[in-house]
Design a protein around this ligand. Structure first.
Ligand code: CDP
Ligand code: MG
Length: 140
């Protein structure tokens, strides 16, 4: 067990439906602390870099367009086992398979428009946090 940091993104479907605060409330009701946060509009390059792992998947172009369809809120979350704690709070990628009470079960519209992103490993968290935040923007 260790204190970790993870990258969260509140995705366009949630931003467009004014769910930023509702999602932040679920995060703050868990043991996670928001140690950095900003609202930004991704560039196409940023979105493609962020999801480069999925570049050969059939949904890639649509996913990039979705991530550009409105601003997003990017956050760094900190806490004990933050990476897995946040993945559990988010729920399954497919909201029809997500557990009750998870962010995706409560808010997601579809497997694509699924309201939130969370890093899936320590390495991913380090790379994803560095894509959006400099060290002096993270205040623990
Ligand atoms: O976000 P998560 O790590 O749970 O899932 P992923 O498998 O890494 O996929 C990244 C994102 O691609 C998902 O969150 C969806 O927004 C999108 N996706 C999609 O549009 N269609 C799929 N069949 C799978 C994922
Ligand atoms: Mg993923």
């Amino acid at each position: 067990m260790a204190i970790e940091r993870t990258l969260s993104i509140i995705k366009p479907d949630a931003i467009k439906r004014n769910l930023t605060g509702a999602i932040i409330t679920l995060i703050e009701n868990s043991d996670l602390h928001i140690v950095a946060q900003k609202r930004i509009r991704l560039t196409k390059e940023q979105a493609k870099t962020f999801y480069a792992f999925h570049k050969d998947r059939p949904f890639f172009d649509e996913l990039v367009d979705f991530m550009l369809s409105s601003p997003v809120v990017v956050q760094v979350l900190e806490g004990e086992s933050a990476i897995s704690v946040y993945r559990n709070l988010m729920g399954d990628t497919d909201p029809t398979r997500a557990a009750d009470g998870t962010i995706r079960k409560v808010f997601a519209k579809s497997i694509e428009e699924n309201s939130v992103h969370g890093s899936d490993s320590a390495i991913a968290a380090r790379v994803e946090i560095a894509q959006f935040f400099s060290d002096n923007e993270i205040v623990g």
